[in-house]
Write a protein that binds this ligand. Structure first.
Ligand SMILES: [Ca+2]
Ligand SMILES: [Ca+2]
Ligand SMILES: [Ca+2]
Ligand SMILES: [Ca+2]
Length: 408
């Protein structure tokens, strides 16, 4: 068609050559056309599927999905290459095969399954059979790991209430919060951010102008720490308890809590436990109170796999910088501290010494009795008594009684 028009122009050029400016204009036009013909075809594009080939498709393609080395195309066509095909076909790198379906508007591969949406609804092809996914009017599909996200114009997915967007985890449907107030036409997933576009004006009840994003695997870790005795004696055993709780809505994985026992304590033992729901975990640390040192004990969530809605792991406990780290509502909720005020024990040791015979003969055996008594109020430990037998005596024997060390 284009070549015909050019020849016609040249013809007019010959007939109106006396009009100089017209000739000039037409000459320029002619030169431009010649330049177009000089442009080589792009080597990047593959012409294997052209109309004159045996691999051509007979209608429009709306979606493409990749599964390993296979490429699925979906659209509105009746033949793929030399095989009859209804709207979905597979290209294995050398030939077409087909999967019978209605008009297809989107495709996605998750695991070994092909998911397709179209005038037939939303269905899964497992390589041998179609099965309905029980969602109507799906217009966009995104795959994240083993999860599948679909958007469209629906209020239920597999019987579960879901407003225009839903997640399929391989076995069941679930909504994404309260969803969108109007239809979803586009989805794209980037790590943990699912971007959503459509005709909606609210997303999750929040104002949103036709575009929003949903954070996948949102969690809310909270951490509380306390000590069983805030005023122990030096030398006492005390126990710190750290409770990490996930307020959800999604499951938390890879959660690590860091608790550095400061210099005011000597480590004794620890235990961990996880409640059956998997939503909270408890760490207890037993330590001895040292006579001096740092007694402020901090604990914080130091890592996790998912995104926390209101805190970041490993950024310190005093996140508001006010110096308070103990149950401070101004700090992030994934860290906490506990402190003690150590008390030096007070004792009152008394010692009394007596001899059983104050006027013995030379050579007699006599007995000295040393009584050490603790009048308290705290326990006395590490008590030593020294008794040097002077040169006027020769040692014979000694006995001790635990009574001497009993605390009063
Ligand atoms: Ca949190
Ligand atoms: Ca606390
Ligand atoms: Ca934090
Ligand atoms: Ca603080």
């Amino acid at each position: 068609m284009k070549r015909y028009v050019i020849q016609k122009c040249l013809f007019y050029t010959l007939n109106f050559k006396f009009l100089r400016f017209v000739f000039s204009t037409l000459f320029l036009f002619s030169a431009t056309v010649q330049n177009n013909f000089a442009i080589p075809e792009d080597e990047n594009w593959d012409d294997s599927y052209g109309f004159s080939t045996t691999l051509d498709l007979s209608g429009t393609i709306n979606a493409i999905a990749i599964s390993s080395s296979d490429v699925y195309v979906g659209g509105n066509f009746s033949t793929a290459g030399e095989v009859s095909a209804n709207n979905i076909a597979k290209w294995d790198g050398s030939s077409w095969s087909y999967i019978f379906a209605g008009d297809c508007n989107d495709l996605a591969v998750s695991g070994s399954d092909l998911y397709a949406s179209g005038d037939f609804g939303f269905s899964k092809w497992d390589g041998a059979n179609w099965s309905s996914m029980n969602v109507r009017d799906v217009r966009a599909i995104a795959v994240g790991g083993s999860d599948l996200y679909v958007g469209g114009g629906f209020t239920t997915a597999g019987g579960v209430s879901a407003n225009n967007i839903a997640k399929w985890d391989g076995s069941s449907w679930s909504p994404l919060g309260s969803g969108l107030n109007n239809s979803v036409n586009a989805l794209a997933l980037n790590n943990t951010d699912l971007y959503v576009g459509g005709s909606f004006t609210t997303a999750g009840g929040k104002s949103s102008s036709f575009f929003s994003s949903w954070t996948i695997n949102m969690i809310d870790l909270e951490l509380d720490k306390y000590v069983d005795n805030p005023t122990p004696n030096v030398g006492d055993h005390i126990t710190f308890t750290v409770i990490a709780t996930n307020q959800g809505p999604d499951a938390a994985t890879g959660v690590s809590v860091t608790d550095h026992l400061p210099s005011g304590y000597t480590f004794v033992s620890f235990t961990t436990s996880q409640v059956t729901s998997g939503q909270s975990a408890t760490l207890t640390v037993t330590a001895t109170v040292n006579p001096s040192g740092d007694y402020l004990n901090l604990a914080e969530v130091s890592s996790q796999n998912e995104t926390d809605s209101d805190s970041s792991p490993g950024n310190g406990v005093d996140t508001d910088g006010d110096g308070n780290v103990i149950d401070d509502p101004g700090d992030e909720d994934d860290g906490d501290g506990a402190v003690i005020i150590p008390i030096l024990p007070v004792v009152d040791l008394e010692l009394e010494k007596s001899v059983d015979n104050a006027a013995p003969y030379i050579g007699d055996n006599i007995t000295f009795i040393v009584v050490a008594t603790n009048q308290g109020p705290d326990a006395a430990t590490g008590v030593s008594v020294t008794d040097h037998l002077p040169s006027g005596y020769t040692f014979v024997s000694f006995t001790t009684s635990q009574v001497l060390l009993v605390i009063i």
